[in-house]
Design a protein around this ligand. Structure first.
Ligand SMILES: [Zn+2]
Length: 114
């Protein structure tokens, strides 16, 4: 058994860099009718520039883990996240679309070389 903690899932690249909002390329939601759903996060590491992806059980997902890089949330941020309430599929989809647009130029470049 691997070490299980009660802390929020923090996204990390293989190189140890912590993934934050600006590193995220795409998020999505895997609905699983037979069990827990998963949030899917694609990122590109700001340190080693490699791409990675991670699946997080939906009830362990907290967008606050992406909010900044120092590990502690400011009071204002905490309050903001509480007011926002739990993330919904709609929000994830909206986020996804927003990131898609930001990333479009890059994706096109890669498609050409692929
Ligand atoms: Zn990395």
């Amino acid at each position: 058994m691997q070490g299980v903690t009660n802390t929020k899932t923090i996204l990390k690249c293989n190189c140890g860099h912590r993934v934050i909002t600006k590193d995220v390329l795409q998020t999505g939601l895997y609905l699983n009718l037979a069990g827990p759903s998963f949030v899917y996060v694609r990122f590109r590491c700001a340190r080693c520039k490699k791409r990675g992806e991670q699946l997080i059980q939906e009830d362990k997902w907290d967008p606050a883990v992406l909010s900044q890089s120092t590990g502690e949330l400011g009071e204002d941020e905490l309050r903001r996240f509480r007011e926002m309430g739990p993330i919904t599929a709609d929000e994830i989809i909206g986020f996804h679309e927003c990131l898609d647009q930001l990333d479009l130029a890059e994706e096109e470049e890669e498609a050409e070389s692929a």
